[in-house]
Ligand binder design. Structure first.
Ligand SMILES: C[S@@+](CC[C@H](N)C(=O)[O-])C[C@H]1O[C@@H](n2cnc3c(N)ncnc32)[C@H](O)[C@@H]1O
Length: 452
């Protein structure tokens, strides 16, 4: 790029940062006037805030690439695993809780933090200073630390703590095997390839089989792996609820679905149906999963939404989604966080079984991340120039989550184009992607002979 081109790009990015920052401030002020009711719905950004945030983050990321010394930037990236491991140590030793009552201006001394977390002060300050440069904790004066707004989120927040730990322990270890599982994979059929988790832990079964194993615990008793609690707490109480999927219940015209029947395939215990049932009282549900999960599902619904069970608004049908779909001609079949668990061939089998059951007007909604690339897709909104179509840095979590699914489960997230190809193999077609405010969107599929 010429100097003139670089200057034009930088000026455009700075304008974008300035405009989007003003939009963010307006949204903060609007939120201040109508504070969020934490008891009602999950905190979702307004459409305006969601868009302004991703413009701001994308423009900052691209600006850093443009302005920063490129050798330093690449070296920072190559060593950024230290950021991850520092955050893990902070979460593990509950440093945010130690700082809970610290005065914002005075902080707490490194000696006092060290005494509470049992790490030598000179070593601990290395970790803390790594995080303070990332605005997680603040060194208010030499060797005195306090929480920032970001680190304060960890105070007394066991689900968030577990979420961070799950990402930075087993997933971190598995990620280190990414080169091993990729190199040579061209010459191996996918059925013979191992996951990063299996390679790292010398395991042939799935991650979920491993984590549910009974082991001898540190106190000599037999019991579930201690990691199980961390995963259940982090994944179910924080990850799904806050990070991945709340928007899918809001960014689709569910009201218009009226009193139709939704078949939730591989629903889990509460699943998406439960969230929809509590918000849209006319919808009817058929909850499908493996028998062992359905027992838990029935117990959960009976205690959490007993009317729905008593009135048959929800029914429970044991079903293996690789076999023939027993509910024929339903209005809608939903698959939340199912497809990203499986490789293409298995996904095609799941979709074919739905295709066999669908009526001409039925639709399938896949609730999963829809990956956007820097080149863009006709199915997804593109960022304005000079940002890449996927908003660059603002898309980073989607890419990291794709790699997470890949190294842990041999699954992965898909682009809209990849969903088009999967659908075609199953006799379906992609009719629309409902872009939602968050990592998970809704991909709508219809029979390939459907005419609008
Ligand atoms: C990641 S969870 C998603 C659960 C739910 N859809 C949600 O969004 O909360 C995957 C679900 O697929 C179910 N599952 C796995 N294999 C299955 C199979 N062969 N047939 C039906 N369900 C299956 C699991 O029991 C689990 O509930």
């Amino acid at each position: 790029m010429s100097v003139a081109e670089k200057a034009a790009q930088l000026r455009a990015l700075v304008r974008m940062i300035s405009d989007s920052a003003e939009a963010v401030i307006q949204e903060w002020e609007a939120e201040g006037r109508t504070p969020h009711d934490v008891t009602s719905v999950p905190r979702l950004p307004s459409r305006e805030l969601f868009e302004a945030r991703r413009l701001f983050v994308g423009a900052c990321g691209m600006g850093v690439d443009l302005v920063h010394d490129p050798f330093t930037r690449m070296t920072e990236l190559a060593t950024s695993f230290f950021n991850s491991v520092s955050l893990r140590i902070a979460a593990d030793t509950r440093i945010a809780d130690v700082l809970r009552d610290a005065d914002r201006e005075k902080g707490i001394s490194i000696q006092e933090i060290s005494r509470q977390v049992r790490i030598a002060p000179e070593d601990l300050s290395r970790v803390l200073r790594t995080l303070t440069s990332l605005h997680i904790f603040k060194e208010v004066k030499d060797d005195f630390y306090a929480n920032t707004d970001t680190s304060r989120l960890l105070v007394d927040n066991e689900p968030l703590r577990c979420w961070l730990l799950s990402q930075s322990t087993e997933v971190f270890t598995a990620s280190n095997k990414l080169p091993d599982i990729l190199y040579g994979s061209l010459d191996k059929p996918s059925s013979e390839r191992k996951s990063g988790f299996q390679t790292a832990y010398g395991n042939t079964g799935s991650f979920w089989e491993w984590i549910e194993e009974t082991v001898v615990r540190s106190d000599g008793t037999l019991g579930p792996r201690p990691e199980l609690d961390i995963w259940l707490n982090g994944m179910w109480k924080f990850g799904l609820e806050h990070v991945q999927a709340p928007a899918v219940c809001f960014d689709f015209p569910w009201e218009a679905v009226g009193s139709k029947t939704i078949v939730d395939v591989g629903a889990g215990v509460g699943g998406m149906s439960f969230e929809l049932a509590t918000r849209y009282p006319k919808l009817q549900f058929i909850v499908e999963d493996r028998p062992v999960i359905l027992q838990q599902a029935e117990a959960f619904w009976s205690s959490s939404l007993p009317d729905a069970v008593q009135n048959n608004r929800v029914r429970f049908v044991p079903h293996d989604f690789f076999s023939e779909q027993p509910i024929k001609g339903a209005d809608m079949y939903i698959l939340r966080h199912i497809m990203h668990d499986w490789a293409d061939d298995e996904c095609v089998t799941i979709l074919k079984s739905l295709r066999g059951a669908m009526a001409s007007e039925s639709l399938v909604l896949i609730a999963d991340n829809v990956m956007q690339t820097t080149a863009g897709s006709p199915h997804l909104k593109a960022a304005p120039p000079p940002l890449p179509a996927n908003y660059g840095l603002a898309h980073s979590f989607a890419n990291l989550h794709d790699l997470f699914m890949f190294v842990m489960f041999k699954g992965g997230e898909r682009t809209a184009g990849e969903f088009v190809a999967l659908a075609a193999r199953a006799g379906l077609k992609l009719t629309r992607v409902w872009e939602c405010r968050g990592l998970t969107s809704l991909t709508e599929l219809r029979r390939d002979d459907y005419v609008a």
